[in-house]
Design a protein around this ligand. Structure first.
Ligand SMILES: *[C@@H]1O[C@H](CO)[C@@H](O)[C@H](O)[C@H]1NC(C)=O
Ligand SMILES: *[C@@H]1O[C@H](CO)[C@@H](O)[C@H](O)[C@H]1NC(C)=O
Ligand SMILES: *[C@@H]1O[C@H](CO)[C@@H](O)[C@H](O)[C@H]1NC(C)=O
Ligand SMILES: *[C@@H]1O[C@H](CO)[C@@H](O)[C@H](O)[C@H]1NC(C)=O
Ligand SMILES: *[C@@H]1O[C@H](CO)[C@@H](O)[C@H](O)[C@H]1NC(C)=O
Length: 346
């Protein structure tokens, strides 16, 4: 190969009648330039491959063969834009539509199920649910990584999986599902793979507590014709579930509220360096245009989002608790006093 090249080069250069030594030097420089070029190219190709198909080496080449046109985005967005190559199907006409990765970080009974049904009503969003409620998937960082890789490569099969034109893919992840234990490595995964975080929390932790206890009660009582439901779709079902009025333990109440509040703060701290948006359940309840902010955050086209879910606990708090007087007494004069008074509708 070197011989062929040098003979071609010789012909070219000899025509111009150059001296032999100059010719040799030129050949050396030419060869070096070629080696450099190939090296730089290979590094570029590698980087294009990262986060899209790094696990399936031969697919990298496919991406390189038919590069997608440069998306019209700001430079800071580049790490957050991906072109997954699912193993199980082809993205067809959307192979060159960029995909954003997200994770909804939340706590039980904070409206995340409701919130997720809104997101999944969007034609281009797939939020795959509480994937890590299954213990085996969160047993260690390698199972977590493997699971996330599958989701973000658009290979996860769930009722939320859309089609080849998914533009934002993610999951709902509760803080107590391995997220806090492995927070350093997970934050690192989010950084490397350009995952955006949606924090979804509830302002009124007292209402959340009531919902937790009531849901826990229904898990064994199964009030809806012998089945347990955490979310309902009819006002009648909601009414039946709301009939149960829990009694709160007023001596451990403050301690519990404090603990939940601390956990929330810690989560915000652990993942503060990821690209994120903070959404409060109550704010979405009051103003659905908050969902537009979320769509903008995910860079999907704006659509009107819908849900069929019905709220279980409505109306004033005092009517939802058996020992309201005790609760009121326990919280008055504490930082949690405002939880007693905040009311709203959905
Ligand atoms: C959203 O989905 C529709 C229908 O599947 C598709 O035509 C469109 O290109 C998608 N939009 C984006 C931004 O991916
Ligand atoms: C992680 O957990 C899985 C499933 O529980 C197990 O098979 C695997 O050996 C574990 N890996 C490490 C590195 O501990
Ligand atoms: C329970 O079952 C009965 C009879 O099948 C039905 O009429 C009723 O609506 C059900 N109630 C609920 C809350 O699902
Ligand atoms: C409240 O919780 C404490 C600590 O767990 C327990 O000792 C006490 O019996 C509980 N009180 C009631 C009324 O359940
Ligand atoms: C609803 O939220 C949007 C965006 O977050 C905001 O611009 C608007 O002023 C809010 N509307 C009301 C009535 O609070």
């Amino acid at each position: 190969m070197a011989d062929d090249l040098s003979s071609i080069a010789k012909d070219v250069f000899l025509v111009k009648g150059l001296k032999n030594t100059t010719l040799i030097w030129r050949m050396v420089v030419l060869t070096l330039a070629m080696v450099c070029g190939v090296y730089i190219c290979s590094i570029c190709l590698k980087q294009i491959g990262i986060g899209t198909a790094s696990k399936i080496g031969f697919l990298d080449i496919k991406i390189v063969d038919k590069p997608c046109p440069e998306p019209n985005i700001e430079p800071w967005e580049i790490p957050y834009v991906h072109y997954p190559n699912p193993k199980t199907y082809s993205r067809e006409e959307c192979a060159c539509s960029p995909v954003r990765y997200f994770a909804i970080l939340s706590m039980q009974r904070s409206g995340s199920g409701w919130f997720e049904t809104f997101l999944n009503s969007h034609a281009n969003i797939s939020s795959n649910g509480e994937i890590f409620s299954v213990k085996a998937r969160r047993s260690n960082m390698s199972t977590i990584t493997e699971t996330l890789d599958t989701i973000y490569n658009l290979d996860w099969v769930s009722s939320a999986s859309k089609n080849e034109c998914t533009a934002a893919v993610g999951l709902k992840w509760m803080l107590n599902q391995g997220l806090m234990q492995n927070h350093e490595q997970i934050a690192e995964y989010f950084r490397i793979h350009g995952v955006s975080v949606i924090f979804l929390f509830r302002r009124n932790l007292l209402r959340r507590m009531i919902s937790v206890i009531a849901n826990e009660y229904d898990r064994s009582a199964k009030t809806l014709n012998g089945t347990h439901k955490s979310h309902v779709h009819s006002p009648k079902e909601a009414e039946i579930l709301a009939q149960y009025k829990p009694k709160l333990n007023s001596s451990t109440l403050i301690q519990n509220l404090k603990q939940v509040s601390e956990t929330t703060k810690k989560a915000l701290e652990y993942f503060k360096s990821t690209r994120h948006i903070l959404v409060y359940y109550e704010d979405v309840v009051k103003n659905r245009t908050k969902l537009m902010d979320v769509q903008d955050f995910l860079k999907v086209p704006r659509m009107e989002l819908k849900t069929r879910q019905v709220k279980i606990h409505k109306g004033t708090l005092s009517s939802q608790v058996k020992n309201w007087n005790d609760v009121e007494k326990a919280l008055t004069g504490t930082p949690f006093e405002n939880f007693l008074h905040e009311d709203y509708r959905r």
